[in-house]
Design a protein around this ligand. Sequence first.
Ligand code: ADP
Ligand code: ADP
Length: 218
Amino acid sequence: MIEAHSLTKRYGERTAVADLSFTVRPGIVTGFLGPNGAGKSTTMRMLLGLDAPTSGRAVVNGRSYAEHRAPLHEVGAMLEARAIHTGRSAYNHLLALAATTGIPARRVNEVIDLVGLREVAKKRVGGFSLGMGQRLGIASALLGDPATVILDEPVNGLDPEGILWIRNLLKGLAAEGRTVLVSSHLMSEMALTAEHLIVIGRGRLIADTSVAEFTAQA
Ligand code: ADP
Ligand code: ADP
């Protein structure tokens, strides 16, 4: 479970997130919807303890990560997708991450199969396509078998097959009882992926409602 209590983030004069409160429940996919610049990434960074709120509090699985990064076995996250520049193979990249975070090495093989990277696991990550990079990002997020999963715009730039794959993966993670928060600026995508929506604009809460209710209003 994720709780945002009056989260506020200011950068100088600019307020990126303003008095944002919401709860994300386990067992369903919750979409975090808003246009570019609405404050989605900033909010997710605060939930993960990567960025300190100016005021307010983030509580994830009953804990506040304001002072330190949430451990991988508690919260798995993929923030804005960017190329991972490494000469390492996907397998070795994940193995190194497992080693530094105290996750057993056997889990690497499990997540490689889970995200469908088996065939390219021995290939250099530097040569990966965007879609393969997203899969690797998701593999890293799931490495610790976390109860809570936070993904920032995971379908950005993906082809239809990749989008379908992520959609089904997220639904599967939620069906296993995990808490799943996924951001997007696309209502059409969220309508097909999420059951509940938290909608923000200019850092403020616009709606916190089921997808069915939100689409009926729109
Ligand atoms: P979204 O993820 O919804 O696209 P962001 O959280 O990235 O939105 O950005 C929200 C607002 O905060 C934007 O106006 C952005 O320019 C601003 N912002 C984000 N990060 C910083 C930063 N490090 N310094 C200054 N402004 C920032
Ligand atoms: P088992 O049924 O023995 O748990 P699985 O292959 O289903 O075997 O799972 C192996 C490991 O992967 C377990 O730790 C399980 O919790 C984890 N796991 C299964 N599905 C997922 C998933 N979608 N995301 C993350 N971890 C998963």
